[in-house]
Design a protein around this ligand. Structure first.
Ligand code: ATP
Length: 453
């Protein structure tokens, strides 16, 4: 059974080194978390799965890694500087601050139920920077609040370097920063987080087809690649659309506290390239954009067949990597009753997602023959290049199994005195706790089979 509360995951994350509170020894900083030894591995595996699906398995999407700090003008013309703000209200009774658009009932405090709520105030969600030799405090750059805009302004660079016909996409994974009013839900809403976003550039006449295509493709990825059960996911179409959007939908996951967004799919029309292009007046734009006299580059596409030159539409897929990891951990979390008052916590991750792929354990610690042989197995497994392989030389087999169950290691290989006599080791399976005796020479093949399940 998956985790019943997010607190189960918070405790596991801290105990086993997945996620720590940022700046913890100084009391923390709201909305910032540090990823520990196993968290970085799980995040990397999720990122790789996304990159594999979005880039390596296709011919039509290119990768990009743009800077986190960017020229103010990017965010002026994207519309973020002027209006990337959420209406903020405050409860006069308990002092809780809330985003009005996220309140259960906008007339009542989410925290104490009081109806004494202040009028909404606008709030700047971007983090401004003052950079350069003379940092006089004036904001002249921003930390990006999304990867998307830094992709749009590279549209021409990418297309010149790697010509494509429409449709084609540009994908990015990277950090985004938002001055969120009330970070909450552990890593669900942070001030620094990671996005995996793809912008698919299309001929406007194909927008509905590709919007539906990407909705289905992305939902399929959550189910088939990450292994989230279909019934724990749903689409929530936006009723109130952003001014530039023609259609938008959230992919929601059933978190312990209810369904909430993990990814968005948006038809952004020609708003983005239209906002940042030079010579806006020479194009017939569908979206309303700010008048831009600063851009130095036309962000249009020339169709060689029809001779048409136009601003493509964008279908965007925007996933939060931290939320994906949280959902994966909630699904994988199991608390099992082993009888006789004993229980265990086990993360039943898909083996390829596991932070540690296999652990090799000498039954008795510091016995040179056992440790040497264990090291040899570790070296052989490392040659597979499948991720992290750990040697556990602590001599407490019960503790080792418990730790590896909790971090989701699919197999443990135990080397004991019998190994020295008959060349066999114990292979212990995480999910069933079954143990089998196999030949040392079969370990590599067997582990590979398990990881590729
Ligand atoms: P929300 O409505 O939850 O504020 P959003 O609609 O503003 O999110 P997008 O701008 O579409 O989010 O970003 C894409 C994805 O990035 C979201 O689906 C979510 O998974 C993730 N995300 C957005 N804001 C945060 C945050 N503050 N902390 C962690 N992940 C986030």
């Amino acid at each position: 059974m998956p985790a019943k509360t997010v607190n189960d995951i918070v405790a596991l994350c801290k105990r086993r080194g997945f996620i720590f509170t940022g700046s913890e020894i100084y009391g923390g900083l709201g909305g910032a978390y540090d990823y520990g030894p196993y968290g970085v591995e799980l995040m990397k595996n999720i990122r790789n799965a996304w990159w594999n699906a979005m880039i390596y398995s296709r011919n039509d999407i290119e990768g990009l890694d743009a800077a986190l700090i960017s020229n103010r003008l990017l965010w002026k013309y994207s519309g973020h500087e002027g209006c990337f703000s959420d209406p903020l209200v405050e409860c006069k009774k308990c002092g809780a601050r809330m985003r009005q658009d996220k309140m259960k009932d906008p007339t009542k405090c989410d925290n104490c139920g009081s109806t004494e709520i202040t009028a909404p105030r606008e709030y700047q969600l971007m983090m401004g920077l003052s950079i350069g030799a003379i940092a006089d405090g004036e904001i002249n750059a921003y930390l990006r609040p999304e990867t998307a805009t830094t992709t749009y302004v590279n549209f021409k660079n990418v297309l010149d370097a790697k010509p494509h016909k429409l449709p084609f996409g540009i994908a990015q994974i990277g950090k985004a920063f938002r001055n969120e009013i009330s970070p909450r839900g552990f890593v669900f809403r942070m001030r620094e987080f990671e996005q995996a976003e793809m912008q698919y550039f299309i001929n406007p006449k194909d927008d509905e087809k590709y919007y539906e295509y990407w909705k289905a493709t992305r939902l399929g990825w959550w189910v088939n690649v990450l292994g989230i059960p279909q019934e724990k996911l749903r689409f929530l179409p936006h009723v109130k659309l952003a001014h530039y959007a023609k259609a938008a939908v959230d992919i929601e996951y059933a978190f312990p506290d209810g369904f909430d967004e993990v990814e968005g799919v948006h038809n952004r029309q020609d708003f983005d390239l239209g906002s940042h292009t030079k010579d806006q007046d020479s194009f017939k734009l569908s979206a309303k954009v700010l008048d831009n006299k600063d851009s130095t580059t036309k962000l249009s596409y020339s169709d060689a067949q029809t001779g048409e030159n136009f601003i493509p539409y964008v279908i965007e897929t925007a996933m939060g990597v931290n939320r994906a990891m949280l959902a994966v951990m909630i699904e994988a979390y199991n608390e099992e009753d082993l009888g006789e008052g004993k229980s265990r916590i086990v993360l039943k991750l898909k083996p390829w997602l596991s932070p540690v792929k296999a652990a090799v354990i000498p039954l008795v610690r510091n016995v040179p023959e056992l440790v040497d042989l264990s090291n040899q197995i570790v070296e052989d497994l490392r040659k597979l290049n499948i991720g992290r392989i750990e040697l556990e030389n602590s001599g407490n087999i019960g503790k080792n199994y418990r730790r590896h169950d909790e971090i989701g290691t699919p197999v443990c290989i135990t080397v004991d005195h019998q190994t020295l006599e008959d060349g066999t080791v114990t292979l212990r399976h995480r999910d069933t706790m079954e143990q089998e005796r196999i030949k040392t020479t079969d370990v590599v093949k067997k582990v590979l089979e398990i990881i590729n399940q």
